[in-house]
Design a binder for this molecule. Sequence first.
Ligand code: HEM
Length: 414
Amino acid sequence: MSVPEETDTDWWTMLADPDFLADPHDRLDVLRAENPIHFDPASGCYFILGHAEFSEAMRNKAIGRDSRNWKGGWHSDPGFRERDPVAFRLFSLFQPQMINVDGIDHARMRGVYEPAFRAQAVAQLEGMVREETERLIAALPSDGRPVNLIDAYAQPMPLNVLCRLFDIPRDMADTVSDWSKKLIQIGDLMLTDQQKSDGLEALTAFKSYLREQLSVSSTGTEGSLMRLALQGLDNGTLDEEETLTNLVALLIAGHETTVTLIGIGLKLLLEHPKEMERLRAQPDLARNAADETLRYDPGGNFLLRVAAQSCEIGGVKIPQGAPVIGLLRATNRDPARFKDPHRFDITRTGNAHHTFGGGAHFCLGAPLARMEGRLAFQCLLSAFADIELQEPPRWLNMGTNARSLESLIVTLKR
Ligand code: HEM
């Protein structure tokens, strides 16, 4: 079966429209009810809005994450390099990492870092993550002065955790954060020239910093990601470019995403006082609250896949080389999968949202991110009996994909 061609939806204009991005749900509900999979003839993209259909796509081995397979994309279009040399260089330098390759190359790269994210290894990090969280809480004002929880809490907490995991000195944290902010925007499909050159500059600086770090830290701390990277390099599993690019990717993947989870999660709890009360009464619900935050208001709008071979998803034929885009804010609120999908409910069970992706590329850091989210909520609520929002939260304008909060101004009382 093939899907009818759309003539009345200008997909990319819609996906970049600030009004749509601010509240896309009515429109997405209508589009999903019309069809869980839409084809856009203007861009050749297949947009998936149904939960079952996108789960199927992420599990299908004919569909992967390697964007070099995109027919007419940056790698397969012979004229691209000449037309847009900065983007070509940026994408080429960013290519050799686990998230951009499939099959045995993916398994080889993921295998190097996987031991650090096993349940037992992550459980051993709890003391360190709690220590970093409590350190920030101790510095928060409790005398009624307003404070921005994004700057003072959500932003530094995952960054400090990553610096500990990567043996990165604390005085480099702000620089790493700046590189990471510029690079996360590469996940946007409509990059401005400024974003491309900022990304290229950040990537080059980040790689040369890590190259230096690897050469001076001959072993890395036991169990640290630097140690695993060095082992992968020394035993020939990864070459130098792969080692550096995967390290950069881990730092980006683990930072802004978690800042967003903590920031949006606190915002949602403040906007839903009953859920906040429930969490205060039952702190064990904090892990659920993190997953419900990720489902209800994900930090990314879409996930890209590319059909390496032609295949069929939800009965729809997808040709080889076609981009397949899962719209998370639609699939995470599909009524066929989630009861009462537009309700923020921290007691929700079986919350199979797509915000960590799925299939072979399912987020490697999910156990760590869930722990950070849980501890960020639990520690803040247990330290402060009263948390009050002082002004409407402000969103950062980060493009069509990544979403993040700029401010969450509150007062805190013990
Ligand atoms: C709330 C926080 C996080 C979110 C929402 C998130 C989301 C994602 C998503 C959507 C993917 C792609 C999955 C796919 O396409 O199927 C991914 C992959 C990945 N994430 Fe996360 N992530 C988070 C935190 C972390 C952390 C803390 C780390 C590690 C420090 C991490 C490391 C990775 C890695 C290495 C991959 C690539 C996995 C692969 O390709 O096999 N992530 N993440």
